[in-house]
Write a protein that binds this ligand. Structure first.
Ligand code: N7H
Length: 459
């Protein structure tokens, strides 16, 4: 098995708490910071082993990760073998399709040196632990930004702000995930952890040896315009026989995501939600787009998107069977995101306009930032031709998170009616007038192993 005593909790297992704070800081005094890191912060860091058992979970779990400029500031100049990490996220806005003028100023540049992740059942617990950490580190750091994440209340727990169940599909990590659920792809640990089996970076630039069992953490503050998204669905119900307009709107949302709000995959339940399927971990992930289905067995892959549009969010980011597995399997990420911001107010709903900031504090882990986040965002999500080789060569960008500069985007395959009528004429796009997910920026971090943290402190 993997050395899970040494791997930070969030990487493979997630923090498993309903509240999580992201505290971004700059280092003012490297010597003091490193001394405190070794003596007082490292003992607070939660390992994977600790988070996995309720008996050993701390009241507030703590993880830490560093940006490239953070490591340099601390005197760590070893090569980690990742050019995106060295460049920083702000320098890649055009590659990943972000508008830098919409970024929070805290992320615009390379001044963030690190992030502390604090997770607990209550915000009060988090604030207590943060106060403790701030008093330990004193003036050796400055707060640059913070984002308070929280699971949504009541029956919306586990759902992101548009209303869809999140956190369902994750790759299975060899030598860690047990049991492997039906539909989960087993992936070697080196896809996520540096220096483990099948780590794609083996030759020059080589990884520094102390970086083994660390992982690159991609953070993104993704604002969601929920009342605007809801109005778009209400105004554009799919016109499908036997569905009311409200059901047509619900179907449009489900086809944009690829799952119903419950989490049931539309590929397996294409015309109506199936909460029983959604709640069954042995079935809710057990599908791929190669499996023949109606109306023409064997044609689902390239010609038929009756059950699931080629453009659906979960198909764009994980094209199960649309590509050769040897290609597909290089681009898995482990997601550890949490919603931020309050519920939609009555006034916002009435005006169909966002006035309170809310969205997703997106976190992904990968051993190579290009293969993971950057590839997904630039080669799949924002590429109108992906998945390639389909009957429609312009599938469109991802209708949930894809962007063509913020303005309207033409998405094909969302309306199933056109395929009932004439499968040779896929040119029946739904026009999405604007982005409902707006990036407010982010940064690339390295989440070291616990021994890696000791190495950094001693540098
Ligand atoms: Fe996505 N959403 O609510 O629509 N995502 N995502 N995501 N996402 C997934 O399977 C969502 C974002 C992936 O293996 C589900 O857990 C929203 C980024 C991947 O089947 C839902 C935002 C990236 C998967 C959402 C957002 C990804 C996935 C289904 C932003 C990568 C697994 C639930 C605000 C760059 C796919 C689940 C698979 C699933 C939503 C962002 C990637 C409901 C609202 C930026 C790999």
């Amino acid at each position: 098995p993997l050395d899970i005593d040494n791997i930070q909790a969030d990487v493979l297992a997630g923090m498993k708490k309903n509240k999580e704070l992201f505290f971004f800081f700059g280092v003012n005094n490297a010597a003091t910071f490193k001394a405190k890191l070794a003596s007082d912060i490292l003992p607070l860091i939660t390992s994977t082993t600790e988070i996995l058992s309720v008996n050993t979970q701390p009241v507030t779990a703590v993880n830490i990760a560093f940006s490239h400029t953070g490591l340099v500031t601390l005197g760590v100049t070893d090569d980690l073998g990742d050019t995106d990490f060295v460049a920083g996220q702000f320098s890649e806005t055009s590659t990943i399709g972000d508008n830098p003028s919409l970024w929070d100023p805290a992320f615009a540049g390379t001044s963030i040196h690190g992030v502390i992740l604090l997770a607990s059942d209550t915000i009060a617990n988090i604030n207590t632990e943060l106060a403790n950490i701030q008093s330990i580190l004193g003036t050796s750091i400055t707060e640059l930004h913070r984002l308070q994440g929280a699971a949504r209340p009541g029956t919306e727990e586990g759902h992101e702000h548009f209303g869809f169940m999140d956190g369902i599909a994750q790759p299975a990590v060899n030598r860690f995930t047990n049991p492997v659920l039906p539909g989960q792809t087993p992936v070697d640990a080196g896809t996520f952890l540096l220096g483990e089996d099948s780590d794609p970076v083996t030759t020059s630039p080589a990884r520094a040896s102390w970086a083994k069992d660390g992982s690159f953490l991609v953070f993104r503050q993704l604002q969601q315009l929920v009342p605007e998204f809801n109005k778009f669905l209400t105004d554009n119900p799919l016109d499908v026989p036997n569905l009311t307009p409200a059901q047509g709107s619900e179907l449009l949302g489900a086809r944009m995501v690829g799952r119903w709000k419950s989490g049931a995959p539309i590929f397996l339940s294409p015309t109506q939600d199936d909460p029983v399927l959604a709640a069954d971990p042995n079935r809710n992930n057990d599908f791929n787009y190669l499996i023949a289905s109606n109306p023409e067995p064997g044609t689902e892959n390239h010609f038929n998107q009756t059950n699931c549009p080629f453009s659906a969010h979960i198909r764009k980011v994980h094209p199960r069977g649309d590509l050769d597995p040897s290609v597909e399997n290089q681009h898995f990420i482990i997601r550890s995101s949490i919603p931020y911001g309050a519920e939609v107010t009555a006034a916002e709903a009435a005006a169909s306009t966002t006035s309170v900031d809310r969205g997703l504090a997106f976190v992904s882990y990968q051993s190579n930032i290009f293969n993971g986040f950057v590839f997904l965002q630039s080669v799949w999500i924002n590429a109108v031709g992906f998945p390639f080789g389909k009957v429609d060569p312009t599938v469109g960008v991802d209708p949930i998170i894809g962007s063509e500069g913020g303005g309207p985007k033409n998405i094909s395959g969302l309306d199933p009616a056109v395929f009932y009528l004439d499968q040779t004429d896929p040119v029946h796009d739904v026009v999405i007038p604007r982005d409902f997910v707006v990036s407010r920026g982010g940064e690339y971090f390295f989440s070291p192993s616990l021994s890696g943290i000791s190495h950094i402190a001693a540098a």
